[in-house]
Design a protein around this ligand. Structure first.
Ligand SMILES: [Zn+2]
Length: 375
């Protein structure tokens, strides 16, 4: 079908169990569906893109079949997601061939999370000293690791420390339910990371995921802050609303916190055990009296994300929108104005831009627009 230069797009929601309930006034994903339903259920992710698992729709109901290199999402997280990592391109090809039911495509899935509200997550392994302190408060875990390996970890550096950490993770992942129970019944939570992070009852009481709290960075992002997550980096989102952009993939290797299928063998194989602070993305900011334009760019060509905030005005300056950009209005009212015509903007309206175009904005109230495109 011949599309207009700017076409309305309808994203679709995923109702994963960790999402915020439709009755929760903070559930952005539910609001974005712009439907009312009497069904009280979780609304976890709002997908905008062409991934075959849940392609967005044009106004006539046709699926978007553009093969976009990115996937653009909004997430409303109420309960921890699976502790997970994503494969790189080569690994994804192999996994998709050998385990197609677990790995639905052959692409890598680097991702970027931009906080829309205060957002908490576990991202990457924390520094070695903190790991040592956390585990030493739990001697029942050292028994499982074994004194020999533990003593090596205390003095190991760099690559060797990473290799030992990988062995420790492997030991965690091979513990039986009974062994995990014994550890968790006497668990000393790491500082600042305690049961209040997990207010719901959806995580099993004796989930191996809790042991990873001893090893990982606990992040609290403020609105507008962003991190990028590379292949092999361990992470689990805990709560809050975010924009998420990623390469067009749904390949997730899981090892805890949710009842979804774990793939311990793959996890051990592709996990990267660097101990470091997460990679924050500093947006490039352009600012005037009339607008703030933040561009979140990473080394990945497949995706970049802009946030444009505009104050009330009849006609903004011109902005360039690239072909295959998806534009989402998250706040305010106004219009996109182009030579080909005008398009309404209000909360939840989404458009796809079908060729490079210069546009201006009319802003009735403050406007907040997020757009995702490939570089
Ligand atoms: Zn992820």
């Amino acid at each position: 079908m011949q599309q207009k230069i700017i076409s309305r797009l309808h994203g679709q929601a995923q109702n994963y169990a960790w999402g915020m309930l439709s009755t929760n006034p903070n559930c952005l994903v539910y609001k974005l569906t712009q439907k009312t339903s009497n069904d009280i259920k979780p609304f976890a992710e709002f997908w905008m893109g062409s991934h075959p698992s849940l392609p967005s729709l044009y106004e006539n109901g046709e699926k978007v079949n553009l093969d976009l290199p990115y996937l653009f999402k909004v997430l409303s997280v109420d309960q921890p997601l699976s502790i997970q990592i994503h494969p790189n391109k080569e690994q994804a090809k192999i996994l998709h061939t050998t385990k197609p039911n677990l790995y639905p495509d052959d692409n890598h899935k680097p991702e970027m999370a931009i906080a829309l509200t205060v957002f908490e997550a576990l991202v990457g392994f924390t520094d070695q000293q903190t790991i040592i302190q956390n585990i030493e408060r739990n001697p029942q875990i050292i028994v499982k690791i074994g004194d020999n390996l533990w003593n090596q970890f205390l003095v190991a550096q760099n690559q060797q420390a990473q290799e030992i950490l990988k062995q420790i993770v492997s030991i965690f992942l091979s513990l039986t339910q009974d062994e995990i129970k014994v550890i968790l019944d006497n668990f000393q939570w790491p500082n600042k990371c305690n049961p209040s992070l997990f207010p719901g009852q959806k995580i099993e009481k004796y989930d191996v995921g809790y042991l990873f709290l001893l090893l990982m960075n606990h992040l609290i992002l403020q609105p507008g802050q962003a991190v990028v997550l590379e292949a092999g980096l361990i992470h689990a989102y805990l709560r809050g609303n975010i924009i998420e952009t990623m390469a067009n993939s749904d390949n997730v290797v899981r090892c805890g916190f949710t009842p979804k299928q774990k793939d311990v063998e793959t996890m051990k194989e592709i996990l990267i055990c660097e101990m470091k602070q997460p990679d924050y993305v500093q947006p490039i900011i352009e600012e005037s009296n009339e607008y703030i334009y933040k561009r979140y760019i990473t080394k990945y060509q497949e995706f970049a994300c802009d946030c444009l905030e505009l104050k009330p005005q009849v006609q903004s300056k011109q902005f360039k929108l690239k072909q295959n950009t998806i534009l989402l209005c998250l706040q305010g009212n106004g219009k996109i104005m182009s030579e080909q015509g005008n398009h309404e903007l209000s909360f939840g309206l989404t458009y796809i831009i079908n060729q490079d175009i210069q546009v201006q904005f009319e802003v009735d109230q403050y406007l907040q627009l997020y757009s995702c495109y490939s570089q």
